[in-house]
Ligand binder design. Structure first.
Ligand SMILES: [Zn+2]
Length: 262
């Protein structure tokens, strides 16, 4: 079924004060004030921000409405401290994708690239996030590039992450939604996400969700939001074909990269 309007799923990472200029991946740290303006802008347009759990009925056409998805990758503690108050102000829900084997630790998978090491949520903090009406999703056990793993290792990373998180946090319905680290996935990873029982899996493919036919809930595109995304830019990404076109342009590039990997 074709959706009445394409649904954008926003992809954030950290929400906090900016690290010094020149810091690798600085663009993925959105200031709390900027995040607040983003949410206020979409709220003013009559749109409601939803976690993947709450968005699912809209994605599969069971419900219709002016909605968008909100996701945070990696499970940073600053999501709880800086993003939650904003979400609560507007009555929005969001999904935070946690690296199950790194709960309470730091983003050590980024170390080699010189990305500052910052705290990830503890189990107690994840529970506070859930108890505030937000959702915890899964982002594997150790944040590997899944395309570099054998099928058995992929299965372990994807399925075991769900079980690990379900043992750490009491969330109604359990851990239902997944996100591929680095947006890297192949047929094996998609299969494992399905077998592990996830309802949805998000990627870093850029674009909005256009519904059936052709919608695979295990390869959902998202809308990239960075430190420099202005409110006007965000509206273009959410309400026009801007992000969809960017996704198609980049698809040609990633196809070439995928072929180079084979
Ligand atoms: Zn990640």
């Amino acid at each position: 079924m074709k959706l009445a309007a394409p649904i954008p799923i926003l992809m954030y990472h950290q929400v906090d004060a900016a690290p010094p200029r020149g810091t690798p991946m600085r663009g993925l740290v959105v200031s709390p004030a900027s995040f607040g303006r983003h949410m206020a802008t979409l709220w003013a347009m009559g749109l409601k921000g939803l976690s993947m759990r709450d968005l699912l009925p809209y994605l599969n056409g069971q419900k219709a409405g002016r909605v968008f998805g909100i996701t945070f990758d990696d499970g940073y503690e600053n999501n709880l401290r800086c993003a939650l108050p904003v979400l609560q102000r507007f009555g929005f829900s969001a999904t935070c994708y946690v690296v199950a084997g790194r709960v309470g630790q730091r983003n050590q998978w980024d170390l080699e690239r010189g990305v500052p090491q910052v705290p990830l949520m503890t189990a107690q903090q994840m529970q506070a996030w859930v108890d505030a009406g937000q959702e915890i999703g899964s982002h594997t056990l150790t944040h590997p590039d899944l395309c570099n793993l054998e099928l058995g290792e992929q299965r372990q990373e994807i399925a075991q992450a769900r079980l690990t998180l379900e043992a750490l946090v009491k969330q109604p319905g359990g851990i239902r939604n997944f996100c591929y680290p680095y947006g890297s996935f192949d047929q094996g990873a998609i299969r494992c996400a399905g077998e592990a029982g996830y309802d949805t899996a998000t990627t870093t493919v850029r674009g909005r969700v256009h519904g059936q036919p052709g919608l695979n809930p295990l390869t959902l595109p998202r809308v990239l939001v960075s430190r420099t995304t202005t409110c006007l830019h965000l509206l273009l990404k959410c309400l026009t074909g801007y992000e969809d076109r960017r996704g198609r342009q980049l698809a040609n590039t990633s196809l070439i990269q995928a072929q180079a990997r084979l």
